[in-house]
Design a protein around this ligand. Structure first.
Ligand code: ZN
Length: 153
């Protein structure tokens, strides 16, 4: 595929997820939650996690909040991709994702499903936007660590 059409496809995916976020809304109950805030852009996100299998697997994952298209799309994709993954896989993927959006690595080697995160790789050209993309991931990490607040600062 040509770069331009690839870019368009990526933009479409981001727009779709930001307009119709998946797993959006506070669940009736959850095991962990954390509030994330990105002061640079004003994005806020709450991440809700329910664990299963003795706390090792992400059973349910949801979010709500307000923010730019990048932060919403990143949260939406994150919840879709990490549901059913182990907490270790989630942490490992966060590191890889951070490498990707900061330009430290070119690809993710975390399987077919996670290639969908490549749509967000374009933010590496916009340092301000990197924090929009990683905010929901920081919030998830905080939730898993038992902290209720996360910030991109
Ligand atoms: Zn933002």
């Amino acid at each position: 595929m040509e770069m331009d059409s690839l870019k368009e496809l990526y933009q479409e995916v981001i727009l779709d997820h930001s307009k119709h976020p998946r797993n959006f809304g506070k669940p009736e109950s959850c095991d962990h939650e954390a509030h994330g805030y990105n002061p640079l852009c004003g994005d806020t996100v709450n991440v809700y996690v329910s664990l299963k299998q003795d706390g090792t697997v992400l059973g349910d994952l949801a979010f709500d909040g307000k923010g730019c298209a990048i932060s919403l799309a990143s949260a939406s994709l994150m919840t879709e991709i990490l549901k059913g993954k182990t907490t270790e896989e989630a942490r490992a993927l966060f590191e890889q994702f951070q490498g990707l959006v900061t330009g430290k690595s070119e690809t993710l080697d975390a399987g077919e499903e996670t290639e969908r995160l490549m749509v967000l790789a374009g933010v590496k050209a916009f340092p301000m936007r990197v924090k929009c993309a990683t905010l929901p991931w920081h919030a998830l990490q905080s939730a898993l660590d038992g902290n209720n607040e996360a910030t991109t600062e």
